[in-house]
Design a protein. Sequence first.
Length: 700
Amino acid sequence: MDTQERNSASAPTPLKFIKGVGEHRARLLGRLGITSALELMEFFPRTYISRILNPSLKQMIAGELISFTAQISFIDVHKTPKGKKILNLGVSDGEIGLTCVWFSFPASYEQLFRPGRRVWLNGVLSEYQGKLQMNHPEFELLEEDSEEEGDFWRDRETLPIYPLTEGLSQKQLRKIIYNAFEKHNRDIAEALPEELLEKHNFPDRRTALMTIHFGQDHQKIALARMRMAYEEFFYSQILWARHQMHHKIEVKGITFVNKKHYTTALKHKLPFRLTGAQARVITEIFDDMCSDKQMSRLIQGDVGSGKTIVCLFAMLLAVENGYQAALMAPTEILAEQHYQNISKLLAGIQIPIILLKGGTYKGKSQQKEEIREASGQIIIGTHALIQKDVEYKRLGLVVVDEQHRFGVEQRATLAKQESAPDLLYLSATPIPRSLAMTVYGDLQVSVIDELPPRRKKVITFLRSERKLDIVLQEVRQQLRQGRQAYFVCPLIEESEKKNLIDAQRLHEYLANKIYKEYRVSLMHGRMPASEKDAIMREFKAGEIQVLVSTTVIEVGVDVPNASVMVIEHAECFGLAQLHQLRGRVGRGADQAYCYLIEHVPLSRMARQRLSTMAITTDGFEIAEKDLELRGPGELFGYEQSGLPTFRFANLVKDQGILAIARADAFEIVKSDPYLADEKRKLLKHYYFANYLSKEELILY
Ligand code: ADP
Ligand code: MG
């Protein structure tokens, strides 16, 4: 224990003390995020290859994802009539040949591949004109048997494959990592308490890391990896467990009473029946609000699942108890939309509703005075709600729409009101369960997993750019019927502009050539907010028929009359984004359509994204797929959130481990909230050093 504490407290060993690392390589390693000996030892292989075991191509079936090693038989680069280069690489396992094809590739590939060399390949096997083919495989050139005598790796069967950066080869990195362990493995300090290592039969940290790099037994490698994943999950869950404890011990909330006064009135007035999911979620919220704890609940529901009405019931419960209810939306236009909808639904029920806008305007100080003096009202607005000069008399409930669009401090401002209001967060980006547990930890999650009835699924087409003119004619059919259409273009880097149809050019083309008889408007991110708002309003009012835009069209904006969404360069968008964009149509009773315009060549990932979109409209299915394809880092702005990120753990594959780590963490914190027990010394030390600062970032 003593050595471990001393080690973890001392400064990390810089890279330059490692054999084989000079200034130049230290820089290359820096690009991989490695700055110390310890980080080098904690750098995970992305996969392993076996030099001996090798499946033969004969046994393989098209459509499968396979990994194998083979010898390069030929390399051929030719140009298409349009001048695009295509790379064909012939490989053979001694019996059968296969062609790997790249439709786009860096110039260096032409020098890289040499007939006779062995290469490891990983990709989906396909068949083309009766022959085996693999498009855009992952690959790894294997070194000739040139390792010197005495080289550690020479006789090894299982080799780690690391993520690389240009200028650094597998072989070099393997050697450097080996050298790092040889001299500095003492830097690796244990991070898990003895009780947990024993409980799960985990190897100690040093052994685990060595196994991950040098192991030959796949089961042992898997266990070592599991240990590291567990470690990360465990500490992230300690964070949440402590947060929950804090709430239970220190934060008392309002105990509302279900008086069924306004809520029943609303139920009778609704122009539709609540879906089963809506009714269930309302019950979940009411149970929370009627308890003495401060509610902290996330409502997840796909676009159009009807989250607003669910919140309205919660707001009415607060109001009938003599409290204020605030609804905060990320943009003025969304706030206004909520204001209009809610005013309509509450017509005839005497509840004051205030729409508080940003900036200065006539009547604002009057509004602020009402907010300060009166209770029993609903207040809707943007960030305007959390300005310092807005004082609430008796805030009982806070609803945050599109919660991910707000910063931590912004959400906390309302949460920390003296009255300890109940908190409801809305999210239209469905988050898979595993991620919710790590992003939201102890937050209660309600899911509206049912769409209102008779809502037609948006019909989705994948169309090649060459068919764009046909698509434009199909869109015209809709315009003729009085419907409206969105065209969305990706936001483009200046330098790449020439390759892509950008919003401006598409707008010109549509306005001057194709839809001359309609009003076609352009909206993009560089416009001032007021201009965007004005255009959006006109579109909502039906004065504009065709809206061409970059992705700035508001998430959540409701234009039921819009029935077509055309997404140009759909391959450039992520799945979550495509889903959000498609959710802008199909909000009325009419059939809606989405055209995904694709430009070849498509990467494998892009192809999978687009076919997922064509197959399903279920936001949760799409989110799961997105998580699988991209990993959680980029998703949901998680990486920017400052919350723990995972280097070892995989949120898709390691969900089982997450559940175990979570249970352990919550159990420990329950019995020992301050981690004061002597046997938790190491745990406490590690947690305080690495995680404590993150406690304040947590959602309230
Ligand atoms: P979102 O979850 O995307 O915020 P909204 O709350 O804006 O969805 O609701 C989308 C539309 O569906 C609104 O026009 C709303 O009036 C309507 N709606 C909500 N619930 C139902 C229901 N149970 N039956 C029919 N229509 C509903
Ligand atoms: Mg909404």
